[in-house]
Design a protein around this ligand. Structure first.
Ligand code: DNO
Length: 348
């Protein structure tokens, strides 16, 4: 597998020179966050980021993400122009040799947490989600393409009043039937990120949540280019999701893996509260997930996803969830599991 690390570009407090020092690290996951949502990513811009990465002897393994414009998600008549721009950005990336593109189809909000620096008993800080605190949420998190004022957020949510989950699937299908054939031609693997957390927030449709959604997604456009990002910390929130089994369902359409762990603190029918934990210590069995990845022969990009703030990574320093050190530890744990399961496989 290609062990990779998310890096937000030269402004990122997690220094790429340090990322390179993490044993086993070969790849960088990055995006052009300065390009406005809906605009085409120019080749020269992509080439510049690629050169910044390669200067550190790392490879740009995945784009996470080319944002999908709200007009596409809402199915507005203006969507065709935005779909064209998205496809162009994808083709420009492919021309620069980047062949895996992560994106999400969550309406309005990307990943969501309600406290970004929750103090754990050991003095580290982590991100948590408490459903009843959602109303207090306004703003944005790392990687979000939009930052909303409370009024803007309400307006953006209200725009979905008439769009239920079925209608929303149609909007995803409309998008995929147009971009997947072009991805195939360009040799690009598209990898949809699941909804995080995988249940409805503010009444908005969230559709990529479980094994059935993966099956349905694959049927929308039956092509290997139409694949998934397997994010354990998102799918794993629902106790009903059997992660190793889902890895097998995704099979050769699993193009990118996000491995991280969580501890559920309240489970209800419509929502779950949780805290993000160490890779080693949470309640998801990441070893079983790694075994399943080895079993299906996955050799694509993988990243340790989030980590806690540890080792004096103080308040305000670095992006919540994307502090350097705990992610580096997580990568070591995952690499150890990978090596062990491969050795067992080879011995059998
Ligand atoms: C959070 C990330 C997500 C992810 C997007 C993909 O940490 O996993 O923000 O990048 O949802 O489009």
């Amino acid at each position: 597998m290609k062990m990779s690390f998310r890096w937000f570009g030269p402004e990122d407090k997690a220094n790429i020179a340090h990322i390179r020092q993490i044993p086993g690290m070969v790849g960088i996951v990055s995006a052009l966050h300065h390009v406005p949502n809906g605009a085409v990513w120019e080749r020269a811009d992509i080439a510049k980021r690629k050169a910044e990465i390669e200067a550190h002897n790392l490879k740009w393994t995945v784009i996470e993400s080319i944002p999908v414009h709200e007009d596409i998600k809402r199915g507005l008549p203006t969507r065709d122009g935005y779909i064209e721009a998205w496809a162009q950005s994808m083709e420009n990336a492919a021309a620069e040799g980047i062949d895996t593109i992560c994106y999400n189809f969550m309406p309005v909000l990307d990943w969501t947490r309600t406290d970004l620096r929750y103090a754990l008993p050991d003095g580290s800080k982590t991100l948590i989600y408490i459903h009843k605190d959602l109303e207090k949420f306004n703003g944005s998190l790392p990687g979000w393409e939009e930052a909303y004022t409370p009024e803007e957020l309400q307006k953006a949510i209200d725009a979905y009043k008439e769009i239920d989950a079925e209608k929303y699937w149609e909007h995803l299908e409309y998008f995929l039937t147009r971009v997947v054939p072009r991805a195939e031609k360009a040799g690009v693997k598209l990898a949809i990120h699941p909804d995080d957390p995988p249940f409805t927030l503010f009444g908005l449709p969230r559709i990529i949540t479980c094994a059935d959604s993966i099956r349905r997604l694959f049927k929308l456009v039956d092509s290997k280019a139409n694949g998934i990002t397997f994010c354990t910390g998102s799918y794993g929130i629902l106790p009903t999701n059997n992660l190793p089994e889902m890895v097998k369902i995704a099979g050769d359409r699993l193009h990118f893996a996000h491995l991280r762990n969580i501890i559920r603190t309240r489970v209800a029918n419509d929502s779950v509260d949780f805290e993000e934990s160490t890779h080693y210590g949470g309640e998801l069995d990441l070893a079983a997930v790694m075994k399943a990845l080895v079993d299906i022969g996955f050799e694509g990009p993988i990243r340790p996803d989030h980590g806690r703030a540890i080792f004096s990574e103080s308040e305000g320093e670095g992006k919540p969830g994307y502090w350097l050190h705990d992610r580096a530890l997580g990568a070591q744990y995952l690499l150890g599991l990978e090596r062990a399961f491969k050795a067992l496989k080879n011995a059998s």
